[in-house]
Design a protein around this ligand. Structure first.
Ligand SMILES: Nc1ncnc2c1ncn2[C@@H]1O[C@H](COP(=O)(O)OP(=O)(O)OP(=O)(O)O)[C@@H](O)[C@H]1O
Ligand SMILES: [Mg+2]
Length: 344
């Protein structure tokens, strides 16, 4: 069916367009559609009309925007798509894409500005970038690990022979340290070389397994209180069981280690919107904001005995299962890790 032009309700098309549309006169907003209102986080049109457009611009883009709008109005120039940031009414900074075009209205040249929220796309790009960075580092690390592992394995073998011939207290220490080094390398190889973990995916009850995992830490229950908030306990998921259990073991281990003296860990499990949600919250030391970005990078550790491979394994495993990881933390208060895994 072809709709005649005069039949179309242009006002409705504009008002409910999925892109945010503004009309700017001088520097004032004189029209904003519904998406524009949602983008800025306003409650009513009246709230943002007659306001200065600059009020919502991120300071880094203030001058660029001013110049672009000037060109649009004075030279009837179309301002091409530009990525920038704006500040919403509640102070949240979001990534957007902006373009502007001249708009003739009652003999005046105004600017029509179209803005699209690209926060989600940016987040997805960053995840991809991080994953690529990780896989590049991982490949180098895996190569090195492989080279070191072979001679270490040979040394372990000869040490066993030596132990059967002579007795010396140092031999056990050497043997223990070698075991530690080898297990670190095995961990590294497991996360850095995904093709090595060709464990088949199976259907299993993650909630039940999580409860079992907790018991591995029972020697710490005297100082760390455990609260279980487990819903949808019968829900099954499909995945690489051992890899996933190792990931949750690493998260729980970190939570216990973050609590220096006494504290509490909450383990939450529920099913919502097609995803299994698992939240591990601790009342531990917390993570400073600048460090949160580094989590998951191989060898990043603030612990004297840590290898910094725990979260690398967690990120790798959750991402290969199509899941996401959200981290909220406050120094001195504690940390929440929220893992979402799709049911597939
Ligand atoms: N729940 C948490 N609370 C506070 N800091 C955390 C938490 N989880 C991780 N971290 C920080 O992230 C760093 C990296 O964690 P990751 O598990 O990768 O390595 P690690 O725990 O140091 O060593 P490993 O896991 O090999 O024993 C930790 O050293 C710690 O600083
Ligand atoms: Mg750890």
């Amino acid at each position: 069916m072809i709709v005649e032009e005069q039949e179309l309700d242009f006002q409705q098309l504009l008002d409910f367009s999925l892109d945010a549309i503004f009309v700017i006169k001088e520097n004032e907003i004189i029209y904003a559609n519904k998406s524009a209102l949602d983008l800025l986080g306003g409650n009513s049109q009246q709230e943002i009309l007659n306001e200065k457009f600059q009020k919502y611009l991120h300071p880094d883009y203030y001058f660029v925007c001013k110049e672009r709008l000037k060109k649009v109005r004075e030279r009837l120039h179309i301002a091409e798509l530009l990525e920038q940031r704006i500040i919403r009414k509640d102070g949240e900074i979001i990534d957007v894409e902006v373009m502007a075009t001249p708009y003739k209205f009652k003999g005046e040249i105004l600017a029509q500005v179209i803005i699209r929220d690209i926060t989600l796309r940016k987040k997805a790009e960053k995840r991809l970038y991080d994953a690529e960075k990780l896989s590049a580092i991982g490949e180098i690390a895996a190569g090195v690990a492989h080279e070191i592992k072979n001679p270490l394995t040979a040394i372990t073998g000869f040490l066993q022979l030596l132990k059967s011939e002579i007795e010396h207290p140092y031999l056990d220490i050497i043997s223990n340290e070698l075991d530690n080094a080898l297990s670190t390398l095995t961990n590294l190889l497991q996360v850095a070389k995904p093709d090595l973990d060709n464990e088949p995916s199976i259907t299993f009850n993650l909630c039940l397994e999580l409860e079992r995992l907790l018991f591995l830490f029972q020697d710490q229950f005297y100082r760390v209180e455990i609260e279980k908030r487990l819903s949808d306990k019968e829900q099954k998921i499909m995945g690489k069981k051992n890899l996933l259990l190792k990931a949750f073991f690493n998260l729980l281990k970190n939570a216990f280690e973050a609590i220096e003296d006494k504290g509490k860990i909450i383990l939450e499990h529920y099913f919502k919107d097609g995803f299994i949600h698992i939240k591990i919250s601790d009342t531990g030391v917390g993570i400073p904001e600048d460090k949160i970005k580094k989590l998951g990078t191989p060898f990043f550790s603030t612990k004297s005995e840590g290898t910094g491979m725990g979260l690398t394994q967690v990120f790798h495993t959750i991402h290969t299962h199509g899941g996401t990881i959200d981290i909220q933390s406050e120094v001195g208060k504690g940390t929440d890790f929220l893992i979402k895994i799709p049911l597939l």
